[in-house]
Write a protein that binds this ligand. Structure first.
Ligand SMILES: NC(=O)c1ccc[n+]([C@@H]2O[C@H](COP(=O)([O-])OP(=O)(O)OC[C@H]3O[C@@H](n4cnc5c(N)ncnc54)[C@H](O)[C@@H]3O)[C@@H](O)[C@H]2O)c1
Length: 250
């Protein structure tokens, strides 16, 4: 399949986990991919995997919490591959669990700066660039915690909920200009970080919170993301799509 032949894609936080899976799979389906990450080695490793597999990619170091970096990343895509058609605003971080009364204000600012402000900065430069290239699509990586809460994660939950609203505004403003924007809400995904930060009992409990009885995989999130970026999703814009194994069904 080459659903994305001749397309240029930008994936933020593409050096690890879900973003890396999306970058690899976009490249496998024909896109030229700019893999951006705050971690240069991680971005370069994913670019190497893509080129080793016969795909086309380039790495760019970006802190999504700085608007100048978002502007530079989009310019890099245009300079390197001649335009921009697809973007995945995927970079995101969490913070140590705390109740709101004890919540560290700097942690609040740090999470909001990446998980919400960073996506706004991305959209601000991606949307006009995609219009200029003749149209395309964007996916913002929210979370199931963009529609339900969880204790002790105020900054993450609030930022991911706000991201769903931001996605709707982007769609209202730019869909008629040829850019569809949607949000994806993964449940808990089986990454080394999630697995290593939980005791075996806590992991079993978390798995059972999903109707599937297991965590998701990064390629399951990538599959939904690629569908939303593809022409098969031509009537889908401004909406929020769960890939949460039934986590929010109860
Ligand atoms: N893993 C999960 O269970 C899960 C569930 C729901 C949503 N998500 C969301 O999916 C996205 C990716 O998560 P993941 O689990 O793959 O995380 P990850 O930690 O494996 O990868 C995130 C990548 O983003 C990069 N990054 C961090 N801050 C950055 C910044 N300021 N600028 C640029 N890059 C930065 C990191 O270096 C890393 O390579 C995040 O938005 C996260 O909130 C993850």
């Amino acid at each position: 399949m080459s659903r994305f032949a001749q397309k240029v894609a930008l994936v933020t936080g593409g050096g690890s986990g879900i973003g890396a899976a999306i970058a690899r799979e976009l490249a496998a389906e024909g896109a030229s991919v700019v893999v951006t990450d705050i971690n240069q080695d991680a971005a370069e490793r994913v670019v190497q995997q893509i080129t080793d597999a016969g795909g086309t990619a380039a790495a760019f170091v970006q802190n999504t919490a700085k608007w100048q970096d978002s502007q530079a990343a989009v310019a890099f895509a245009q300079d390197t591959f001649g335009g921009l058609h697809l973007a995945v605003n995927n970079a995101g971080i969490g913070a140590p669990p705390q109740n709101i009364g004890d919540y560290d204000v700097e942690a609040w600012d740090r999470v909001r700066a990446v998980d919400l402000d960073g996506v706004f900065y991305g959209l601000k430069f991606e949307l006009p660039a995609i219009v200029a290239s003749g149209g395309g699509a964007i996916v913002n990586m929210a979370s199931v915690l963009g529609s339900v809460g969880i204790a002790q994660n105020a900054a993450y939950v609030a930022s991911k909920h706000a991201l769903v609203g931001l996605t709707k505004v982007a769609a209202l403003e730019y869909t008629a200009k040829g850019v569809r924007t949607n949000a994806v809400g993964p449940g808990f995904i089986d990454t080394p970080l999630v697995r290593s930060s939980l005791s075996p009992e806590a992991l079993t409990h978390l798995e059972n919170e999903h109707a599937t009885g297991r965590l998701g995989t990064d390629s399951e999130v990538a599959a939904l993301t690629l569908f939303l970026l593809s022409d098969a999703a031509s009537f889908i814009s401004g909406s929020y799509h769960l890939v949460d194994g039934g986590y929010s069904a109860h």
